[in-house]
Write a protein that binds this ligand. Structure first.
Ligand SMILES: [Mg+2]
Length: 139
């Protein structure tokens, strides 16, 4: 799924969401924080399970699979909420992620970037810059 597809779906669904008139920027921030909190709680439980740290409920042979399924769901919630916050601020996640990803690559000296490799066409791709304009793209 492309981020612009998620944005289009969020825009459309928000027009139908009951109570949306009362949704404001603080709500969006809290919504995102709530979803991230849910995700982090599950990661904690998975870490506790894997490390045999006391605190989880009764032993369940399927706990790893169940927690991963719940984490999968919360990752989705977190991304949707992040896009809703960005949407309300009039910002796009894709360019924000590309810009920041490339800036961090530059800062830490790892030559992996996101951008357009003109030799491969107009679509964005991941490329490994070898030096003086030489690139290797990854599909
Ligand atoms: Mg959730």
């Amino acid at each position: 799924m492309r981020l612009d597809t998620l944005r289009a779906a969020n825009i459309e669904r928000q027009t139908l969401w009951p109570g949306v008139a009362a949704v404001d920027l603080p709500f969006r921030g809290l919504e995102l924080a709530g979803e991230i909190g849910e995700l982090c709680n599950l990661v904690k439980k998975l870490h506790r399970h894997r490390g045999a740290i006391a605190g989880n409920r009764a032993a369940d042979p399927l706990v790893e699979d169940k927690l991963l399924a719940e984490i999968f769901e919360e990752l989705g919630d977190a991304l949707v909420s992040l896009d809703l916050l960005a949407m309300d601020l009039g910002l796009d996640l894709g360019p924000a992620a590309v810009e920041k990803f490339n800036r961090v690559s530059e800062r830490v000296g790892i030559p992996v970037y996101i951008g357009v490799d003109r030799a491969r066409g107009p679509d964005e791709t991941v490329f490994h810059e070898l030096g003086k304009g030489e690139r290797v793209s990854h599909d």
